[in-house]
Write a protein that binds this ligand. Sequence first.
Ligand code: OXD
Ligand code: MN
Length: 593
Amino acid sequence: MTKNNVLNAWLEELNNHLEPEKIIFWTGEQNQYDDLANEMVQSGKAIRLNPTKRPRSLLFRSDPSDVARVEKRTFISTSDQATAGPTNNWISKDELMPLMWDLYKGSMKGRIMYVIPFSMGPIGLDMSRLGVEVTDSPYVALNMHIMTRTGNKVLEMIEKGKEFVKCLHSVGYPLKPGEEDLEWPCAPIEKKYITQFPEERMIWSYGSGYGGNALLGKKCFALRIASAIAKDEGWLAEHMLILKLTSPENKVKYITGAFPSACGKTNLAMINPTLENWKAETLGDDIAWLKIHEDGYMYAINPEAGFFGVTSGTSYKTNPTAMESIKSDTIFTNVALTDDGDVWWDGLSEAPNHLIDWHGNDWYKGSEIRPDHPNARFTAPLTNCPSLADEYETPVPISAILFGGRRPSTIPLIHQSYSFDHGIFIGSIMGSEITAAAIDENIGKVRRDPFAMLPFIGYNVSDYINHWKEIALQSTEDKLPKIFFVNWFRKDNGKFLWPGFGENSRVLKWICERCDNEENYLSTPIGLLPDIEKLDLKNLSISQEYLNKAFEVNKEEWLEEIESIRRYYYEIYSDNVPTVLKEQLSLLIQRFS
Ligand code: OXD
Ligand code: MN
């Protein structure tokens, strides 16, 4: 038992109700991680990768029904639907709490209950927040060890009375006496519930063992619950990378970037600039907590301690820094296994002749099905990353915020908002065009993903927009970060106009210059665009035609865009469009007339 009575009472209640075979406290010591990893390998639930190829690394294979975040089964549960708003799945907590509590009855039978105290953010930092995840999944324990700061030091703080978020997780597969366990136990989809209770600052997750459904520090806490806490306390919890840029003159800028899932956030967070003598360093690739300090500047920390990245498409060509980050001490999930005990995924290299696929079956080159799952992942500590900035555990002042998405048309490569409020507007309209990759009758339409937070805002989206406006009022325009809209993905006749990856450093350089108010821009109705003459394009092979198209502001396209934004605002906010958005939309219309 611990020295915190609230924690003790909660654990006792869980022990009685979930009926685990035994309880283990996560101490955070490396030998506990190593012992559990060994146990997983011995029981056949994990494969130890060849230590000469990939030291201290594991491969897990999930159940084919449990491979990604399940947004349909993710709920914001409050007393009143209005607090969850139009973009969240809502069930009244009076209905959902008893329903889930019933599911939890005996759900840990035959299993160990791990009690994992964790800190989101460096231990002891003002901006950090604590949690305790109780889980019956050893896979979750191992992953939480990498993704968060876990163990005794956090428990000590809780014992001294520091508040913590209660995070309960069960895979929902109790074992009968003598029953053999599955390789990846979980519950069927209709029994999966990933529930945030923002009013109680509490998370209950049942039935899934995968990623954001189960590693509760990440999306559930650091975004959904934290965004609700941040609204009450006057800060922001955002789906953003944090990047440090140093110019050849040694000027340092920190920037954050919000992009929807699968738009290259990890690649940008680990960019290798092609521009000579520019240096980029990584502070985070997925989540940023932002707060205006007394000096009026906005500071950011990465609340996570690791990367939970998509393997698909990651290679020495696309992201050498990520490749270096996963050379050892990494957990892989749902990638393919090579004959020499290493891992392989689509886009890594030419496929070998033979692999064991993510189902555990033989796979031969030429097969039409992929050997890895498209959402296969790596879990690696931040400290593995060769480009990790030294100050990754200190709040850093943010000069620029980037918003972006995949837009084959309309949106230029880069533009700057006229003001912070205009930046809030840009955040509200960002999104990606729906492509033929998904079966969808809306192909060609834009799926808006405001601030890349659509699945992660823990409360009403209108209040969220108004909260951004309240944040703006905490400081002044000269001190607030400058806001930019980037689109690496504009196309002409199906071909990308901009080469992307390391060449994006040219755009980052322009952004840094804008933060220093250099006269390197042209004013257009949508915002400030680069004066192409002043962009650093040295040694870049791109035709003038492509360049012009990448930066084109086409009035026809924008008039269509404005109509689409209007329809979207009406769909989401009906007659209560937040004032800041209404004002900014009409200013945009005026600038076009
Ligand atoms: C993620 C996501 O896993 O955004 O980071 O889906
Ligand atoms: Mn993400």
